[in-house]
Write a protein that binds this ligand. Structure first.
Ligand code: APR
Ligand code: PHB
Length: 394
């Protein structure tokens, strides 16, 4: 088999890149370890920056998002019993975010890919990129008992944090930057009306809580829990009781509870690998970086990597601008590190750290108070939350 771009992984990064390339007449094949149903079963993020919304529109997959997605012009910070409104639209000159689940984005991209008949190999095992430092890279994999070889010009590693792409780069080439937090997020999805029109990020002495949503009748809630906590120890009742404790009274009284449709715990981590390129292999999305979810940046960073590689590859194929590819990593990393900083900061401000002493606690309290009481501070939060601009590629 031969293609122009071999894409490893059918998560949002791989599918979005594949759709944009296909529309631009650049042939691509996706190789995915799991089945499509398995990929769609994962409940992940839900807030899209304007840049990602625009990219989905450009890819021609925005019809359902534009009809069903919820445009949010602000969010609430709940600091014990105090509520502070972050007016995203007012503070950023009109920018907003779109609340639309990653699962739905993935489904729309899968449907669009199927509709145009682009090739995806699901349930592929032993996926392995080869000869990335030569002009003739290729990917091998096994499927239904047969071995396959896919020759290509470029390989896009869109295979997430545990994927093979990053691991196939020699370790002495890579620098890893990492911070693991001493807590995770316990998430619950429920068919109950959201407690508030806008998202609520709540800081409380018992730990952080987040009230998010998927639609007018489906809510997504999270609680900070200690690292190593077991989901089996959290009955629905315990979850709702704890959530109520951490919310301001006015919100807690309005909370509608119900049976959980999904309940899971995700660890919190900051992670960046440098560089994001090795010869003709490029890393995108979670394969190259992880942010704690507090800033709603994970999916959006995947989209900005896709935008960067897509723009460069278009210029490579139409204008012969192969020089641009050498800048892929530095262009991506400039934006990634800013989002890493914001995600780390939101996490540090809003969570309870088990080893924090009285002094650190007071410093955090006053840093947060300074930010929310100052228009400049709120603007900084808003500007980062709606998403920093994509860099022009000339
Ligand atoms: N071979 C082929 N596919 C693989 C391999 C492998 N060795 N390892 C992993 N994959 C697949 C996974 O099964 C998954 O479907 O790669 C895909 C990676 O998808 P995601 O983990 O969703 O990563 P990405 O597409 O970069 O999505 C951006 O940002 O913060 C997050 O929630 C956000 O998951 C989202 C991500
Ligand atoms: C979500 O809806 O899953 C969600 C929203 C905002 C975040 C993180 C997760 O910051």
């Amino acid at each position: 088999m031969r293609t122009q771009v071999a894409i490893i992984g059918a998560g949002p990064s791989g599918l979005l890149l594949g759709q944009l390339l296909h529309n631009a007449g650049i042939d691509n094949v996706i190789i995915e370890r799991q089945t499509g149903e398995y990929v769609l079963g994962r409940i992940r993020a839900g807030v899209l920056e304007q840049g990602m919304v625009d990219l989905l529109r450009q890819a021609g997959v925005s019809q359902r998002m534009d009809a069903e997605g919820l445009v949010h012009a602000g969010f609430e910070l709940a600091l014990d019993d105090r509520q502070v409104h972050i007016d995203l639209k007012g503070l950023t000159g009109g920018k907003t975010v779109m609340v639309y689940g990653q699962t739905e984005v993935t489904r729309d991209l899968m449907d669009a890919r199927e509709a145009v008949g682009a090739q995806t190999h699901y349930s592929a095992s032993n996926v392995q990129p080869h000869d990335m430092k030569t002009d003739t890279p290729y990917v091998t994999f096994d499927k239904e008992g047969e071995s396959w070889r896919l020759d290509c010009d470029y390989i896009a590693g869109c295979d997430g944090f545990h994927g093979v792409a990053r691991q196939s780069i020699p370790s002495d080439v890579l620098k890893i930057f990492e911070r693991v937090y001493p807590f995770g997020w316990l998430g619950v999805l429920a068919d109950t009306p959201p407690v508030n029109d806008e998202l609520v990020y709540a800081r409380h002495e018992r730990g952080f809580a987040l009230c998010s949503q998927r639609s007018a009748s489906r809510s997504r809630y999270y609680l900070q829990v200690p690292a190593g906590e077991k989901v089996e120890d959290w009955s629905d009742q315990r979850f709702w009781d704890e959530l109520k404790t951490r919310l301001p009274t006015a919100l807690a009284e309005r909370l509608v509870t119900g049976p959980s449709l999904e309940k899971s715990i995700a660890p919190l981590r900051s992670f960046v690998v440098e560089p994001m390129q090795y010869g003709r292999l490029f890393l995108l999305g979670d394969a190259a970086h992880i942010v704690p979810p507090t800033g709603a940046k994970g999916l959006n960073l995947a989209a900005s990597d896709v935008s960067t590689l897509f723009t460069m590859l278009c210029k490579v194929y139409t204008e012969g601008r192969t020089d641009l590819l050498e800048r892929y990593s530095e262009v991506c990393l400039r934006r990634i590190w800013k989002a890493e900083r914001f995600s780390w900061w939101m996490t540090s401000m809003l969570h309870r750290f088990p080893d924090s002493d009285g002094f650190s606690q007071r410093i955090t309290d006053s840093e947060l108070a300074y930010f929310v009481d100052s228009e400049a501070g709120r603007t900084t939060i808003a500007e980062n939350y709606v998403g920093l601009p994509y860099e022009a590629i000339e």
